[in-house]
Write a protein that binds this ligand. Structure first.
Ligand code: ADP
Ligand code: ASP
Ligand code: MG
Length: 457
């Protein structure tokens, strides 16, 4: 059995949803579990709706609702469904919009948007796209049924980044999905969305549909179903040597190890959600990244381990600030590092890339973190210097630390691009450095030319 997940671009309009239904329907003899994201841009629109409601901007909120409705109704029209199926879709869209309208009214009356309510609003995109794909499958003659993701994806109540309950998910899959499969029906559900113990909506965090697919694959395996692969269908041929939007000649990587894929995702390769690999890899299920628009391409297989070492791919993540924390008197003093990191901890801010020198400890953090408050606390015992508008660039591959000459090649390729911070990483799988955000794309292109020139490989 396959778990097939389709991202936002793949289900971006009615024609695309029909295309996806064609890909899913090919497996009707061994019905897959189809997991869908919201139509591209819809989750952003829902979050904008929440914000507008919270700020009492009722006309902006109305407009957002109107656009979300129009987008989905447009897809229903483009799919040319049978009248009864089209009516069922429109009814479902109407119900979801009503629910959203009520939530938005509540938020604007209170002027308050709790994480719980934000999730209840953000979940609407996946609820709707699952309805559309189910009807598209039926139109193409595939027997299909939609199951509400809340009935499958059991989580805790950490709204916005809910923690899955893997045993609960597996037992829900056993009870709900297996009987449908046995009856020859393909199950469609929404990614990203889950349900807290009290039944309220939760979400797994942005990009979380990949994680949903992996958790469902793992849960099915735990329920005794042979899951061949978790397929992540997107708008590129697979995992490439760099983001093709920045490096147009980036190349497809046929296979990557789970460690490499996890590092790439963490360091900014948006193609896969960082948490996706773990539930799959621990059970030996391959994750395959494929292109909805080039289904003939076999994509990238992510496995626990793959042959070969050396530079595999590059990634960059913008929106980063660096804090250089120096205290010449105290650097080597017992407990100093704990004190520095304790400040970040107290503000609930994870530190990212870390480097130390004789006179300072440097760390990067998300630019949106409460940097001023952190600096105020650190300044009580250290001198702090902040650099904003930076990007973390990472060179990823197995055995990098022990491959002679990699660092030299990286820094000679960078030329006059200045690295303000360098870290080999705690693992042997990346060399990471920090540059000005304005230079990040240039750095990626230079490194790509160095490591992936046709004649170099
Ligand atoms: P989806 O909506 O299908 O989940 P995403 O937008 O989350 O798709 O991820 C796909 C995008 O990831 C691609 O369009 C590409 O621009 C970007 N991307 C970044 N780094 C890479 C990489 N190394 N390989 C492939 N795609 C990448
Ligand atoms: N729709 C959600 C998002 O945009 C989840 C996903 O697409 O994976 O973040
Ligand atoms: Mg994604």
């Amino acid at each position: 059995m396959l778990v097939m997940k389709f991202g936002g671009t793949s289900v971006g309009d009615g024609d695309r949803i029909l295309r996806v239904a064609g890909l899913v329907g090919r497996h009707a003899d061994d019905p897959p579990l189809a997991v869908v994201s919201a139509m591209g841009g819809v989750t952003d629109a829902l979050l904008a709706l929440s914000k507008a409601a919270q700020q009492g901007e009722s006309s902006a909120a109305d407009r957002a609702l109107e656009e979300i409705g129009a987008r989905h109704r447009g897809a229903v029209d483009a799919m040319c469904l049978a009248p009864s199926a089209a009516a069922a879709c429109r009814e479902e869209i109407g119900r979801e919009l009503n629910r959203l309208e009520k939530l938005a009214t509540g938020v604007s009356l209170l002027g308050e948007l709790s994480p719980r309510t934000s999730d209840a609003i953000a979940a609407a995109g996946e609820m709707l796209s699952a309805t559309l794909l189910t009807e598209a499958l039926r139109k193409l003659g595939t027997r299909a049924v939609k199951i509400d993701p809340r009935a499958l994806m059991a989580t805790d109540a950490s709204y916005g980044a809910a923690v899955p309950d893997e045993a609960g998910i597996s037992s829900h899959l056993f009870e709900r999905v297996l009987p449908e499969r046995a009856a020859g029906r393909t199950v469609v559900t929404g990614g990203f969305v889950g349900s807290a113990p009290d039944g309220s909506f939760t979400t797994l965090g942005r990009g979380g549909s990949d994680f949903s697919a992996a958790l469902f694959g793992a849960g099915l395996r735990d329920a005794g179903v042979p899951v061949e692969a978790i397929e992540i269908w997107t708008d590129v041929d697979g995992i490439l040597t760099a983001d093709p939007r920045i490096v147009p000649d980036a190349r497809l990587i046929p296979e990557v190890s789970a460690d490499e894929a996890a590092e790439l995702a963490f360091f900014g390769a948006k193609v896969l959600h960082p948490a996706t690999i773990r539930p799959a890899v621990t059970r030996g299920i391959p994750v395959v990244v494929r292109n909805t628009f080039h289904p003939g391409v076999s994509g990238t297989v992510v496995r626990a381990d793959v042959a070969g070492r050396g530079v595999r791919a590059l990634a960059a993540r913008k929106g980063v600030a660096a804090l250089f924390v120096g205290s010449p008197r105290m650097l080597m003093a017992h407990g100093y590092a704990a004190r520095v990191f304790g400040v970040f901890e107290a503000h609930g801010v994870p530190v990212d890339v870390i480097a130390t020198s004789e006179v300072s400890i440097s760390t990067t953090v998300d630019e949106k973190a409460p940097i001023d408050a952190i600096v105020r606390d650190l300044s009580k015992f250290a001198e702090v210097h902040v650099l904003r508008h930076l990007a973390v660039v990472s060179v990823v591959g197995k055995g990098l630390r022990t491959t002679p000459g990699v660092a030299a090649r990286i820094f000679s390729a960078l030329g006059d691009v200045n690295a303000v911070m360098i870290s080999q990483g705690a693992s042997d799988t990346n060399v990471t450095f920090v540059v000005s955000a304005d230079e990040a794309s240039d750095a990626l292109r230079r490194l790509h030319a160095e490591f992936f020139r046709e004649d170099v490989r």
